[in-house]
Design a protein around this ligand. Sequence first.
Ligand SMILES: Cc1cc2nc3c(=O)[nH]c(=O)nc-3n(C[C@H](O)[C@H](O)[C@H](O)COP(=O)(O)OP(=O)(O)OC[C@H]3O[C@@H](n4cnc5c(N)ncnc54)[C@H](O)[C@@H]3O)c2cc1C
Length: 592
Amino acid sequence: MNGHQEPAHEARSGAYVPPIEDILLTLEVVGLSDLLRLDDFGHLDRDAVGVALHEFGRLASEVIAPTNRLGDRLGATFVPETNGVVTPAALRDAYRHYVNGGWGSLQFPESYGGGGFPAVVGLALQEMFASANMALSLNPVLTQGAIELLLAWGTEAQRSAYLPKMLTGEWTGTMLLTEADAGSDLGGIRTHAERDADGQWRITGSKVFITWGEHDLAPNIVHLVLARAKGGPPGTHGLSLFVVPKFLPDSDGEPRTRNALRCTRLEDKLGIHASPTCAIELEGAIGELVGPEHGGLRAMFTMMNAARLSIGLQGPAVGERAFQEAAAYGAQRLQGHRPNTTASQRSAIVDHPDVKRMLFDMRTRVLASRLLIYMAAAHGDRARHGGDGMVRTAGQALADLCTPIAKAWSTDVGFAVASLGVQVLGGMGFVEESGMAQHLRDARIAMIYEGTNGIQAVDLVTRKLPRDGGRWIRTVLDDIGRATQAPSGASDPLDVSRAVLSEAHGVLGNATGWMLSNLHSHTDDVLAGATSYLELAGITLGGWLMVERAVHAARVGSGDRAISECNFFATETVARATGLLRPITSGAHRLE
Ligand SMILES: Cc1cc2nc3c(=O)[nH]c(=O)nc-3n(C[C@H](O)[C@H](O)[C@H](O)COP(=O)(O)OP(=O)(O)OC[C@H]3O[C@@H](n4cnc5c(N)ncnc54)[C@H](O)[C@@H]3O)c2cc1C
């Protein structure tokens, strides 16, 4: 990786067409029209959403997408003399366009200079950004998570010091959680905070794996740091959260004084090469407490939950791009011939049923995982903006329940889809020249960071399922149950889908009952089945949302394609749900 050689021809390869119609349909399925009727969104309508998607889609395809392969090839470069990080000029330029367009602020309150859109619309922009360049998109993802955190927990002074510049993207944000001995288990954090003689918090410690922890895209970086305030209890209860900027803003708000922290190394890694993954040394850096002392993890969860959906979204985002490239390749690559034709009549590989199956599989898994992520985000919008307390409570509980499923299942899907993309291209998929290998490498990290998919499964079965005695998973099961019923009257083109969904629904109901009744008496058995349970939940919720999508599409006159996609997804993917009951319930003794 050399930050100084930028072959111009690479910047043109790997076209990306923003799937605006698919995204708009997804938004409708998860309730955009209802959201736009809420008081907080009274200034918006569907046209405003459509314009935002089209405009940003143009930026994503014309400016950001051409930087993807170049960023992979050149990566970010650490400069030891300055502890700085240099990114390729094309990425800096793409990021400048993003900032100048004001895109980072779309879903934030108008009082801080935002557009006041629902978060689910902001997520749609994030999807296109991640399809265009996943590594670069991580920078705004973290900035936006940090904004959410400061909105929820920051003081008014902290908000006015940081939010206006972070909303525009002029300053960027990070999260500093991980340390050498503290990954999934943040109770191991050793970074500590002490007040100095002036009463200021001073933070000291070593953080690793910090995404965009140092870079040259912005003049200031706002770090949100988990540290152990002196006198706090051990474990996660002793953690406090601090805002620690790279440059401390002066009284006029300008960042002039360098804070005592520095990047000491970049990781050399499998994918997302353009995203610098930094080791950061804090050497008595000045920070301000955010939220209550020793209550830092709760505050940090605001950012982590926002980021979990954004990371989950990287599954369908990279999957979409892999699908587009595989479909284009399949249409022009000639190999073999169809039955009943002569050997001289070579067919495009897309005409072979097995290749067609792979492409359908890629497309439908992308559609289903997109639906799941957007649904979780729309629940979050209801939690924040819903008309009454009941709506808000239900929105929050359903967002909490769906987030681990959406994060883990969608990122598993993203990697599987990228792998199918490699398969469709054959040998060309495996060599770097085609660009498909990059998608496979990039997609892999999303299953690991922001809480590994294993940790998501544990969170789902131990915390989210049992909340309120299992009330919220039962609410979801009831919704799915309704979708298994065909409307009375005319013949139903979705009858295959509904029949398969009905079986999956039954299995999910049984598996949920088993999980809830064994959680306290046979915890290890439940934990041994957690990942398979999450997969079952992802498949079944995906199948349900595909039915809802087909019903919506039929209403607006574009139903035929959506029906065949739904029926394919049901028979190819949802049908596998029944086989998951045994791995879920077979217990931990198998592991001895
Ligand atoms: C490219 C990259 C970017 C990152 N960006 C950031 C960032 O910006 N900020 C930040 O703070 N961190 C960041 N991380 C760190 C990331 O969040 C952690 O790597 C991740 O949470 C896993 O922690 P770990 O690597 O220590 O793995 P470990 O915690 O050691 O886990 C190893 C394995 O054990 C499993 N495991 C661990 N505990 C349990 C348990 N209780 N039950 C079941 N299974 C368990 C895990 O699922 C995993 O399979 C990044 C990491 C990478 C690689």
